[in-house]
Design a protein around this ligand. Structure first.
Ligand SMILES: [Zn+2]
Length: 60
């Protein structure tokens, strides 16, 4: 709908498969591939499979 920004001729070929991210993925970009899904980074891949980064604690 916005005029003036119609000349963005970027080579977007897909979007990050993480629904919380959905960053544009460009030709030549390094991505993380899982099956047919492409992720812009490992964090997004982890999010999509429910893996999280934690800080381990000593003891138990
Ligand atoms: Zn992403």
């Amino acid at each position: 709908m916005s005029k003036g920004s119609g000349s963005k001729a970027v080579d977007v070929i897909d979007f990050c498969a993480d629904p919380n991210c959905q960053a544009a993925i460009y030709i030549g970009q390094k991505v993380v591939k899982r099956g047919k899904d492409w992720f812009c980074c490992y964090s997004c891949l982890c999010n999509s499979i429910g893996a999280v980064t934690i800080v381990t604690k000593g003891g138990e």
